[in-house]
Design a protein around this ligand. Structure first.
Ligand code: HEC
Ligand code: HEC
Length: 257
């Protein structure tokens, strides 16, 4: 097991991280915001690499993630910044203000507009044009608790086996995410950004089975989270996602033994 874990993880990280022109050279202390990486790390999982909402997570979300490429003129920069800051109640769109600085939020919104919406809805229209938007969403602090439908199954008719998943998790994921899912595995200390702590409110409100599947299979660009679809099959991804879901995201009493 131990041997397997290290060889798999090391090989993967080398294979996955080397070719990517990545963050290390990116952040000259402070100002060097990489909006492209922010989008890929925080937004593309739902809104898709092309901003059209065609992500794998889409199947699991009602309403589905916004398709920026067809957004109407009411989706102004101001509205976008408000939604990204505070979230959009009743949807899986959570507020990012605890994770991203105001400058990062503005940067990722501008990047989204430039890459997916250019020529469509950039002119800043005044506030109030869109009554349905989460302006002033700070009322409930955009509590993500009602965000994702946590009872959704995996796509593709997959059913995860948490017992097999547990073995795989302990051998391959715990080194970063910790046996308890708290993000404090032995390797976590050397990693930026830190491995996700699954016990926090945000992951518990958003990481339903489709989201877990997506994250595990695609990885997280710009982080050390590998894209496991390159090494394990769909059933194995479902198994380990099921284990994470039952054990950390939605623990029923105490899953496992
Ligand atoms: C967990 C999935 C998810 C993630 C991650 C996510 N979004 Fe969203 N987003 C949604 C959903 C769902 C909606 C609501 C769509 C709707 O109301 O039609 C939405 C709505 C939005 C809207 C408002 C669109 C509108 O018309 O009101 C903006 C802007 C937006 N997202 C930007 C972002 C940005 C930028 C990021 C990354 C920082 C991000 N989102 C991350 C799922 C997500
Ligand atoms: C080399 C360290 C490492 C290993 C091994 C690893 N992860 Fe990750 N994981 C991370 C990092 C870093 C992130 C990104 C955290 C962030 O975006 O802030 C992450 C993110 C995630 C996320 C996304 C959480 C979210 O909120 O979007 C999930 C789910 C996840 N990992 C599950 C797993 C599973 C399951 C395994 C084993 C199959 C695994 N990880 C193995 C480091 C690792």
């Amino acid at each position: 097991m131990v041997h397997f874990r290290f060889s798999v993880a090391a090989g993967l990280l080398a294979a996955l991280l080397l070719p990517a022109p990545m963050a290390s050279a990116a952040a000259p202390a402070g100002s060097g915001i990489r909006a492209d990486l922010l989008y890929h790390n925080y937004c593309s999982v739902c809104h898709g690499d092309k901003g059209d909402g065609r992500s794998r997570a889409r199947a699991g979300l009602r309403p589905p993630p916004k398709d920026f490429t067809t957004a109407g003129p009411t989706l102004t920069r101001e509205v976008m910044i408000a939604v990204v800051t505070d979230g959009k109640p009743g949807t899986a769109m959570v507020g990012w203000k605890t994770q991203l600085s105001q400058a990062e939020i503005a940067a990722v919104v501008d990047w989204t507009i430039a890459n997916f919406m250019s020529g469509k809805s950039t002119p800043p229209v005044r506030e109030g044009v869109s009554g349905t938007h989460a302006h002033g969403g700070r009322a409930q602090d955009a509590s993500p608790a009602s965000a994702a439908n946590m009872s959704l199954p995996f796509a593709l008719g997959l059913k995860g086996n948490a017992v097999s998943g547990r073995a795989f998790y302990d051998a391959n994921c715990a080194t970063c995410h910790g046996k308890k899912g708290d993000g404090k595995g032995p390797r976590a200390y050397f990693i930026r950004p830190k491995p996700r702590n699954f016990l926090e409110p945000a992951p518990r409100a958003t990481l339903n089975r489709p989201m877990l599947y997506e994250a595990v299979s695609m990885g997280r660009l710009g982080t050390e989270m590998p894209a496991w679809s390159k090494v394990i099959n769909e059933q194995q991804i479902a198994d380990v996602s099921e284990y994470v879901f039952q054990q950390f995201i939605r623990p029923k009493g105490k899953a496992g033994k």
